[in-house]
Design a protein around this ligand. Structure first.
Ligand SMILES: Cc1cc2nc3c(=O)[nH]c(=O)nc-3n(C[C@H](O)[C@H](O)[C@H](O)COP(=O)(O)OP(=O)(O)OC[C@H]3O[C@@H](n4cnc5c(N)ncnc54)[C@H](O)[C@@H]3O)c2cc1C
Length: 432
């Protein structure tokens, strides 16, 4: 008989897991309190797809995911709606220093076939003349009187990924995953807030939802994004790693190069030196800018993910827009536009937790830390493998999953995503 998995959360993560689990023969129900898939934090995502990470395993997973986004129609199979599009204008990582760590990550990227190279400040000026190449590291608070002082020192260098970019749009991509899942038999229970997760009998769960009762299942997957901690508490599952919701804002400004040759194909920039990331939006008419969490800015963890103040604020606008203007001086401040949302952050290292738990049949794909839109289809496949193996009796704590990434021909030891992992050397920011 088919085992029945209930996935809590119809964001990009829950919908990816649903499709992959269904393809492995599970009966799958996705439950969400919203009226459609992708209406949680995924809807605010910038959809950036890059491969530069601090962990070689994540570099490979992101590279595999980029191959999926590049071949989205084939991955999904036929769906009757417009498909998300992967635009690839390239991506620059302005790194604070070009040290052994950065060079070894670059070598790892090149080893697995990623088109990445190191650019000097001179090469950046020549190829991307709209960018200022002064170094601002370590970033200062925008309230510091020295913030606007001119800097003489140039950036250390740039890791350039030729064919990285962004998906337009994360909401459409998630809807595509929903439609593909439904075509293959995934059932979506929408407008249903999960309120309790109980044991119905040994190894069976009963999920109580607000209005219209409960469902029973063999497997529960927590894919509740910024509500992951609340759902873990409902299930009585405690994890060695903590996840917490963190406030984010993304601001929108007019692209000063729109209409000029190349204006629509500006590269994505991850400015780890200056403290922001930005990319073109709306066919190149606009630019969206987010933060790369410079140390000088306090982090706004919120106690209640349902009460974080959904409007954009002057504080974040100033921080992000002024830092953008340092790097891209032709940009001008316009009327406030943007969005506020939440990351679900794994506090210790900013890497997702994709794992079983100590509660048999209860699995998590949480703590996606502001950078897991891109890898969602690969995390979906990892979760399906973890769940299938676990339900077949394999102890994935003792015998962890090595995930095959067929599109890039690499296999990855996935222990760095387990709940019991040791210390990871990471940036401790959205960069991972
Ligand atoms: C501003 C911003 C920018 C980002 N930019 C990027 C980027 O450029 N590149 C990248 O790779 N990643 C990016 N990310 C991260 C990425 O978008 C997230 O990692 C990803 O979308 C998380 O998906 P999710 O499905 O886990 O969460 P969500 O999309 O939040 O989905 C969780 C779902 O669970 C539902 N839910 C919660 N509690 C319950 C309950 N009790 N009952 C029923 N349903 C419930 C919610 O309604 C929601 O729909 C960004 C994120 C943000 C916020």
């Amino acid at each position: 008989m088919e085992r029945h998995a209930a996935i809590i959360g119809a964001g990009v993560i829950g919908c990816s897991i649903a499709l992959e689990l269904r393809r492995r023969g599970f009966a799958v129900t996705v439950i969400d309190r919203n009226g459609d898939a992708g209406h949680g934090s995924t809807s605010a995502s910038c959809g950036i797809v890059r491969r530069f990470y601090s962990q070689p395993g994540m570099i490979a997973m992101a590279h595999e995911a980029a191959a999926i986004w590049a071949d989205w129609a084939r991955y999904l199979g036929p769906v009757e709606e417009d498909l998300a599009v992967f635009r690839r204008p390239g991506m620059l990582f302005i790194v604070p220093r070009v040290d052994e760590t950065v060079l070894s990550l670059l070598a790892e990227m090149q080893r697995i076939g990623i088109k990445a190279s190191l650019l000097s400040p001179e090469e950046v000026r020549e190829r991307f003349p709209h960018l200022d190449t002064a170094s601002h590291f370590p970033a200062r608070p925008v309230s510091d009187p020295a913030f606007l002082e001119p800097r003489d020192r140039p950036i250390a260098g740039v890791i350039y990924e030729e064919d990285s970019g962004y998906v337009v749009s994360p909401g459409v991509a998630t809807s595509n995953l929903r439609r593909a899942g439904e075509r293959e038999g995934v059932f979506f229970l929408l407008n249903r807030q999960v309120q309790a997760i109980q044991a119905a009998s040994p190894r069976r769960f009963r999920i109580e939802t607000a209005a219209r009762g409960s469902i029973e299942c063999d497997v529960v997957v927590n894919a509740a994004g910024p509500h992951s901690g609340i759902v873990n508490r409902m299930a009585g599952a405690s994890l060695p790693l903590q996840t917490r919701p963190l406030r984010r804002e993304v601001h929108v400004l007019a692209n000063p190069l729109y209409g000029e040759a190349g204006g629509a194909s500006l590269p994505v920039v991850g400015d780890l030196d200056g403290g922001v990331y930005f990319r073109p939006e709306a066919g190149g008419r606009d630019i969206v800018v987010g933060s790369t969490d410079p140390e000088c800015d306090p982090k706004d963890f919120v106690a209640d993910p349902d009460d974080f103040g959904e409007g954009i604020t002057d504080l974040y606008r100033e921080r992000q827009c002024l830092r953008l203007m340092q790097r891209f001086p032709a940009v001008r401040l316009g009327p406030p536009r943007g969005i506020a949302s939440l990351y679900d952050v794994t506090v210790r290292d900013w890497y997702p937790i994709a794992d079983r738990t100590d509660l048999p049949g209860y699995y998590v794909c949480i703590g996606t830390s502001g950078s897991s839109f891109k890898t969602a289809p690969v995390l979906g496949s990892l979760m399906a493998e973890i769940i299938q193996s676990g339900e077949e009796g394999r102890d994935t704590d003792r015998d962890p999953i090595t995930l095959a990434l067929p599109r890039i021909g690499v296999s990855v030891d996935t222990r760095f995503l387990s709940r019991r992992r040791g210390e990871l050397q990471t940036t401790g920011t959205v960069i991972g």
